[in-house]
Each structure stands twice: as structure tokens, then as C-alpha cells.
Design a protein around this ligand. Structure first.
Ligand code: C2O
Ligand code: CU
Ligand code: CU
Length: 490
């Protein structure tokens, strides 16, 4: 393995991008700008499927965007994305999967406490033409989860070309809260795609460095979507299903909304806020009241600018349009209590593990560009100085014990959304950069964002699922370029 190091001049905490004094690859690149649409296409809502007796295939398909046919991948007959799988807490997921792609794939249940052999480990794949029966009990808290492929080094490519879907868990306790449901409960997966040459996955070295960004925003696979709404409260389940782009979700009129859920389901009580920043993999369940919007007026879901992420956050752009088309009395009353969230405390932790994610694994300062495998100029991303190897056991932990894991991006120049499989954790603290926990980070989480300059600690109780899982950066280009390690629960 050959390592090239590049020296960067860091300008922490400013809008000024760090510049590398090396010309042919890496850094200094900015996320592709978003080209806004006219928002005249009805928002697609994925079909619902009962997860206790489901059967889906992964297949190539196509969609029409601006009059041209674009090749895509989809699950369960959808031309892009897949059905929303629904299950009651405590029931058993039973899904027959068939791979009708011409490449190996699998399904990962993002956010669920799934057994190791069911969780879409990167080398547990189904060959083209093959089938696999996913079957396990779903005890996770009611909320918004998702599924997507996870084959080693092809996760980014397959998810980007269209493979992903929602996984929703409900319970009698959740239903007793009388949250908006049916047509008032809308899952929204936001993804940016580059559509100028069709939907092909072909990252260049800039893309491999900062992640792949597209100029077109799709919500539920619809480019330029609108949704007609009534003057009442809606539950919007926001999922950032992008490869690399971060969204600072807000409403164009600056209105406040209530956060009711995070990655690991409902939080203890609704929290009012006017923006929520989600990196790839993260979810937020929010309640939006359109009651004060005049008939035929519109409000947009937008991504506001933000600072601290060197390559992105400079542009404000619209994601979708809501137009009030119906006056209705809102039957909804905001519950003061949602669902108890047990708090894990530092004193229960039996070990602290520290992981360098600031590309300093090989020593040296700042941003190290790396190449390996004899392919000169192919960008790699280390996690704690290592690249993914399915044959290694990087961390060994004990079922039922509590640990603190610290992701250190203090000398890094890139954003890294760190994700652990097969469990939910809590964010304990953040030093450097924002130097605080965001209000949407207080519930159960499975993905946590570290900006350049930040050190983020999480607290984990390992579930009683013995076996090997991965943890990785959910910037999918980083993940596929090695930024993934194993942990084994014993
Ligand atoms: Cu959605 Cu391994 O991740
Ligand atoms: Cu996951
Ligand atoms: Cu990363």
C-alpha cells in the first residue's frame, strides 16, 4: 500500500475552504450546486407493504425525468426506491428477497436491532438470480427506519441508482397518541442525484473525496414535487437518503415545527424548533401545522445554509412545495408526553474506545489523501488508520455492557456521519466545532454527524445479538472507500 500525504492549511470555523497544495486530486472541492425545480410534479408516495409477509425483488427499471428515460433500480416493482414496509413492534419480519440485478446485493435494516446474519453484512450477499429469506423479530421502538443495500464497495452505487425504502414500526402505545396518520403521515426521503448523463454511478476523485453530489433533488424519487395539503397538522418523516449531501431542513416561511422522533423512534416529548440538520442516514419525525397558511398559498420545505462543513452548506435551496387546497378543522392535539427514553449514563460505561476519523490514521497533519491497491490516484478513507477488511475483528464487545465510543474529527477537513449497525445509541457530548448537542440529537440515534474540528462521544449498550457487525461513515463514498470497521458482540 502506498500512502501519499498532502499538507493542508486549515481554516477552522470559517467559511473559507481548506486548500491542499496538491493539484491532481482531493480537497478544495465544493459540493455541486443544486438546480432548483419548478415543483409541478405530484409527490410520489411509496406503496405500503406488510413486513410480516413480504416479498420483494431488486430489479432494474426506469423513470422519466424532463421527458427523458433514465435507468434506475427499484425494489418490489417500484421503478425507483421500494415499498414502505410496516410492522407492529414485537412482530416478526418475514421477507422473501430475490435479486434480479446483474450484480450481488443484500438488504441492510438501518436502525434495527437485527441479528448478525440478517443485517446485510457487506459480504453476506445474494447472487444475481438468488433469493434470501430475511426473518427476525422486530422489537425496536415505534418510529422511522429504512432499508438499503450493503454489499462491500457497492453500497454507494446501488443506493444511488435507486435502492432504498422506509421501514416503519408502530405500536398500540404509539397509536394511543393519536398522531396524524394515513394521508396525513408522509414519509419523505430526500436524495440528490446527478441526472445530466442519466442516473449512472461514476464518481471521479473529487466525488470520492467529499462524496458524490448531484444537481437534482428527488423527494420520494420525484423531481420537483408538490403535495396538496389541508389546514391541519401533518407528520413528516424526514430521511436523508443521499450519498453525501447534508440538509438543514426548514420551512420557507420560517415557521416552527415539532420534533417527535429521531433515528431510534419517538422521543420523550415534542420539541419545538425551526430547523433540523440531517446527514446521510439520519431521520427526523416532525409535526408540521399548515393551519395558518391561506388557501392556495404555498410553503416550501427547504434546506437552509449552514456553516462548519467545509464542502457544503453554502446554498439555500427548495426541496418540495406544499400548497393548501383544503380547509379542515385540525383534530390533532399535541401530546405533552410521547414515549419514555431511558437515559444511559456515563457512570454505567465499562470502557471508552477512541476512533480517529480525521484522516490522521497514518500520522501526519490534516487531510491525508491516500491511494492503495496499486490503482494510482484512487482516493481511500481510513477509519482509525484502517480500511475495511471483512476478515478482521476490529473491536470485541460484550452483550449487555455499556461503552463510550469517541469519534475524533478534530484535525479533519470533512464531515463524517458515523453509523453503527444493529443497535441504537445516545449522543453524549461534542467538543470542538459546534461544541454542543443539537436538540434533535437527544433521543435514540444510530448515526451521528461529526463536522471538521469536532470530537463526538456516544454511549452504547450492546444488544444480546452475538456476532459481527460493521460501523462506518454513512457518507457512502467514504464507506465504500474503506471507512468501515467490524465490531463483534460476544
Ligand atoms: Cu444505512 Cu451500514 O448503513
Ligand atoms: Cu445501518
Ligand atoms: Cu466520512
Amino acid at each position: 500500500m502506498k500512502i501519499f500525504k498532502f499538507l493542508c492549511i486549515l481554516s477552522l470555523g470559517t467559511f473559507i475552504l481548506s486548500r491542499c497544495n496538491h493539484s491532481d486530486e482531493l480537497s478544495g472541492s465544493l459540493a455541486k450546486k443544486v438546480i432548483e425545480q419548478t415543483f409541478n410534479i405530484p409527490l410520489a408516495i411509496p406503496s405500503m407493504m406488510d413486513a410480516t409477509q413480504a416479498s420483494i425483488e431488486a430489479k432494474s427499471s426506469s423513470i422519466i425525468v424532463n421527458g427523458s428515460n433514465i435507468s434506475t433500480l427499484g425494489y418490489g416493482g417500484a421503478s425507483i426506491l421500494g415499498p414502505t414496509l410496516r410492522i407492529q413492534q414485537g412482530a416478526t419480519l418475514n421477507l422473501l428477497f430475490s435479486n434480479q440485478l446483474n450484480e450481488a446485493t443484500n438488504i441492510h435494516w438501518h436502525g434495527l436491532v437485527a441479528p448478525p446474519l440478517q443485517d446485510g453484512y457487506p459480504t453476506d450477499v445474494t447472487k444475481p438470480g438468488g433469493t434470501f429469506n430475511y426473518k427476525f423479530k422486530v422489537n425496536d421502538r415505534p418510529g422511522t427506519y429504512w432499508y438499503h443495500p450493503h454489499p462491500d464497495m457497492s453500497t454507494a452505487s446501488q443506493a444511488y441508482r435507486g435502492l432504498a425504502g422506509f421501514f416503519l414500526i408502530t405500536s398500540p402505545e404509539e397509536r394511543a397518541l393519536n398522531l396524524p396518520e394515513g394521508q396525513y403521515d408522509i414519509p419523505l426521503v430526500v436524495q440528490d442525484k446527478g441526472l445530466t448523463n442519466g442516473l449512472t454511478y461514476n464518481p471521479n476523485n473529487d466525488d470520492r473525496t467529499i462524496g458524490l453530489f448531484g444537481e437534482s433533488i428527488l423527494v420520494n424519487g420525484t423531481m420537483g414535487p408538490f403535495l396538496d395539503v389541508a389546514t391541519r397538522t401533518y407528520r413528516l418523516r424526514l430521511l436523508n437518503g443521499s450519498n453525501a449531501r447534508i440538509y438543514n431542513f426548514s420551512l420557507s416561511n420560517g415557521a416552527k415545527f415539532n420534533l417527535i422522533g429521531t433515528d431510534g423512534g419517538l422521543i420523550d416529548s415534542p420539541k419545538e424548533m425551526s430547523s433540523v440538520l440531517l446527514s446521510p442516514g439520519e431521520r427526523a419525525d416532525i409535526l408540521v401545522n399548515f393551519g395558518s397558511i391561506a388557501m392556495d398559498s404555498s410553503v416550501f420545505l427547504v434546506s437552509n445554509t449552514f456553516s462548519g462543513a467545509y464542502a457544503q452548506g453554502y446554498q439555500m435551496f427548495k426541496l418540495m412545495k406544499f400548497t393548501v387546497k383544503k380547509v379542515e378543522t385540525d383534530p390533532f392535539t399535541m401530546p405533552s408526553i410521547l414515549m419514555p427514553v431511558e437515559k444511559l449514563t456515563q457512570s454505567e460505561s465499562i470502557a471508552t474506545r477512541k476512533f480517529s476519523i480525521g484522516h490522521d490514521g497514518m500520522g501526519g497533519m490534516g487531510h491525508n489523501g491516500m491511494s492503495h491497491g496499486g490503482t494510482a490516484g484512487v482516493v481511500m478513507h481510513p477509519l482509525d488508520g484502517k480500511f475495511f477488511d471483512p476478515n478482521r475483528r476490529d473491536e470485541v464487545v460484550r452483550a449487555g455492557t455499556i461503552e463510550i465510543w469517541e469519534f475524533d474529527n478534530s484535525i479533519g477537513t470533512e464531515t463524517h456521519p458515523m453509523h453503527l449497525h444493529g443497535l441504537q445509541f445516545q449522543v453524549l457530548k461534542r467538543t470542538g466545532g459546534r461544541a454542543m448537542l443539537e436538540p434533535w440529537e437527544l433521543g435514540w440515534k444510530d448515526t451521528v454527524l461529526a463536522f471538521p474540528g469536532e470530537k463526538v462521544s456516544i454511549i452504547i449498550r450492546f444488544p444480546d445479538n452475538k456476532g459481527k457487525f460493521v460501523f462506518h461513515c454513512h457518507n457512502l463514498e467514504h464507506e465504500d472507500a474503506g471507512m468501515m470497521l467490524n465490531f463483534e458482540i460476544q
